[in-house]
Design a protein around this ligand. Structure first.
Ligand code: SAH
Length: 206
């Protein structure tokens, strides 16, 4: 899998080493064992999917994580992306809005020895009520209609957010660098088209 990722332009050795060590099949139903190391998104229940390994690698590389950084993830899902960031040396905080996934993944990550802190809630708002921020990095693993202001306010100055922005079908991967508090000071780079499950918030919470 990692050989394939190198060919696809993943050069960050911390990403490659972490993805070499984190076994993706533990984050999936055992019925999917045979497919776990293919570059495919797969079902994880609650109508959600684990992202393709190449997408996890690309988002992790764009995030430019250094050991010890505080990283906030929106969309814990299977926990795989969070585990990769943990293995890269990040202090990971992750929010999931679906209770069934939260109830499954939080103990799974703990049992495997990952120190990811999991929260149930609406990631559109970030983690404002508990005081762990501001974060060095924010990674959004569901498609958002726009850059959530609440998340930008929880990002450190100089921090980076990687987020797919678009509609329910396709999104563009954006890397937003927060050079200062006001929107005019944010710089945005675009990294191609992706297809994530939509970010659901507020009214749509189930
Ligand atoms: N990072 C995950 C990807 C899971 S798919 C992994 O490695 O498996 C995206 C996840 O985002 C889904 O689990 C979905 O339930 C969750 N999600 C969608 N909207 C959300 C929101 N507003 N807040 C938090 N999580 C959300």
């Amino acid at each position: 899998m990692c050989e394939q990722l190198r060919k696809q332009g993943i050069t960050d050795t911390r990403v490659l080493q972490a993805m070499e060590r984190v076994e993706r099949h533990w984050f999936l139903d055992s019925a999917l064992d045979a497919l776990a190391y293919e570059d495919r998104a797969l079902q994880i229940g609650a109508e959600q999917t684990i992202s393709r390994p190449s997408t996890v690698a690309m988002q992790s590389q764009l995030l430019a994580v250094e050991p010890g950084m505080k990283v906030l993830e929106i969309g814990t899902g299977s926990g795989y992306q969070a585990a990769v960031l943990d293995r890269m040396g990040a202090r990971v905080f992750s929010i999931e809005r679906q209770k069934s996934l939260f109830d499954h993944t939080r103990p799974l990550l703990a049992a495997m020895g990952y120190r990811v802190r999991c929260f149930l809630g609406d990631g559109y708002k970030g983690l404002a009520e508990v005081n762990y921020g501001p974060y060095d990095r924010i990674i959004v693993t569901c498609g958002a209609p726009e850059i959530p202001e609440a998340l930008m306010s929880q990002l450190k100055t100089g921090g980076i957010m990687v987020i797919p922005i678009g509609n329910d079908e396709t999104q563009q991967m954006l890397r937003v660098t927060k050079n200062g508090p006001s929107e005019e000071e944010w710089s945005v780079e675009r990294y191609g088209d992706y297809s994530f499950v939509p970010m659901l918030g507020g009214r749509q919470m189930r």
